[in-house]
Design a binder for this molecule. Structure first.
Ligand code: GDP
Ligand code: MG
Length: 424
């Protein structure tokens, strides 16, 4: 048995979906262990181009069992839509290749409403939420005011719990946000409709996983978002509301206590940041526009233009450390081919002091990037498939990053397609 986690090292959108899609060939089970429909993982394969939000990226591989673990925010309405979309393009989804943990808590429709209401209330202080209900959902999970997927099998028990929860949610909707309240009928109808659709997929995934380990199956853990958006280790409060780091994978997947053998950290060859929060290495103006265009940096979920910058060494080294990554996949190297010289944010300057360490969030707004340049290669590398065939300047750039971030780079991605990869 071997297992592996694929995690983001930066602010997310590093290309995790693309790397999971590549690596799943060696794994029997792919598990999403946190987050909800707020992220977008893009996968390009023979069937087309897919933006996955909640479904594990192993859904495209025959024979792979995909699991939504207890740590995810289970939005059954959006999950069902996503399943329909993927199925319409020829992928079969059955209880054999998709299993949902009975312990996954349900993201309910009022979580989305509360998310939007709070962002509106915050005005220019907003967190930059994708308004998928994630923060209200996790708040409710921790104060025990949502229901677990498995409760759908126990209608009386569910209704009794729902009664209390509904009362609480309506107090908040009505008194804090002066918004319309929910009736019991309305939420029961919603649960009947969407809960009903996913009910066949719900099971005790913990038992399935225990048996799988006995049978020596290989397990892949798939993260959503990056280290800098982790609730505990990221740029709080501009983080997500769950733990995206690899250390949470055992807890959120149904295998508490399992040791993760390999942690692949996905790093983009430059930086992007979707949404709000400090982003020290940010580029502006024409330089930013060119990079954004070259990299097609628009959100998979929202279509929002992403903020862009050069690779950020302090942030990346920090991300590698908190992920405890022991292998790196560097993605989108091909995008930098248009540059004569490649900017790198090597350090931060805070109050005239230079530092290579990623600072405490309260200091990030005062940090300025120190930019140095490495020579560009100025030719298309998207067809290159071996290390030796890469231009010397590209190899130098990769070696430089490797020497700075504290983990070895083993995969270099030069295109979104499955085979556009170089092994180092
Ligand atoms: P994720 O959220 O980490 O899975 O990343 P996203 O899917 O949000 O963003 C990554 C984008 O870059 C997707 O559109 C991928 O198809 C694309 N992509 C991934 N790797 C490469 C690469 O090496 N080169 C190019 N040109 N595109 C890539
Ligand atoms: Mg993404």
């Amino acid at each position: 048995m071997s297992n592996c986690a694929i995690v983001g090292i930066n602010w997310g959108d590093e290309g995790k979906g693309r790397i999971v899609d590549l690596i799943t060939q060696d794994y029997d089970i792919v598990i999403r262990y946190q987050g909800g429909g707020n992220a977008g993982h893009t996968v390009v394969n023979d069937l087309g181009k897919f933006a996955l939000h909640l479904l594990p990226s192993g859904i495209f591989r025959d024979g792979v069992v995909n699991i939504l673990g207890n740590g995810v925010a289970l939005d059954c309405e959006n999950l069902w839509r996503e399943m329909e979309d993927v199925e319409s393009k020829g992928v079969k989804i059955t209880p054999d290749n998709l299993k949902i943990s009975e312990r996954a808590s349900l993201l309910l429709p009022w979580h989305r409403e509360l998310d939007a209401l709070e962002e509106t209330r915050l005005k220019d202080q907003k967190y930059g939420s994708t308004k998928q209900g994630i923060a209200p959902f996790y708040s409710d999970k921790y104060r025990k005011k949502t229901i677990m997927a498995g409760e759908l099998f126990y209608p009386e028990y569910l209704q009794a719990r729902l009664k209390n929860i509904l009362e609480w949610e309506n107090l908040i909707l009505e008194n804090i946000y002066h918004a319309p309240v929910w009736s019991m009928d309305k939420i029961l109808n919603w649960l009947e409709e969407y809960g009903g659709k996913i009910r066949p997929f719900i099971c005790d995934t913990g038992v399935f996983l225990k048996d799988s380990i006995k049978q020596d199956k290989n397990i892949l853990f798939e993260a959503q978002l990056g280290a800098l958006r982790d609730l505990d280790y990221g740029i709080y409060p501009y983080t997500t509301s769950s733990n995206a780091i690899a250390a949470y994978a055992p807890v959120g997947s149904g295998l508490p206590g399992i040791k993760i053998n390999k942690i692949i950290g996905v790093v983009k060859a430059y930086s992007t940041c979707a949404g709000e929060g400090p982003f020290v290495c940010e580029l502006f103006g024409e330089e930013a526009d060119k990079l954004r265009e070259a990299g097609h940096e628009y959100g998979a979920k929202t279509g929002r233009p992403r903020r862009v910058g050069p690779i950020d060494i302090p942030a990346t080294r920090y991300g590698v450390r908190v992920q405890n990554a022991n292998s790196i996949a560097l993605t989108k190297l091909d995008i930098l081919s248009y540059l004569d010289k490649i900017p790198v944010c090597t350090r931060y300057k805070i109050k005239n002091q230079e530092t290579e360490e990623f600072p405490f969030p309260a200091l990030l707004n005062q940090a300025e990037p120190v930019i140095e340049y490495l020579p560009g290669w100025r030719r298309d590398i998207s067809g290159v498939r071996s290390w030796d065939d890469l231009p010397k300047e590209a190899r130098d750039y990769i070696n430089y990053i490797e020497s700075k971030i504290g983990a070895d780079i083993h995969y270099i991605s030069v295109g979104p397609e499955r085979d556009a990869i170089i092994l180092k």
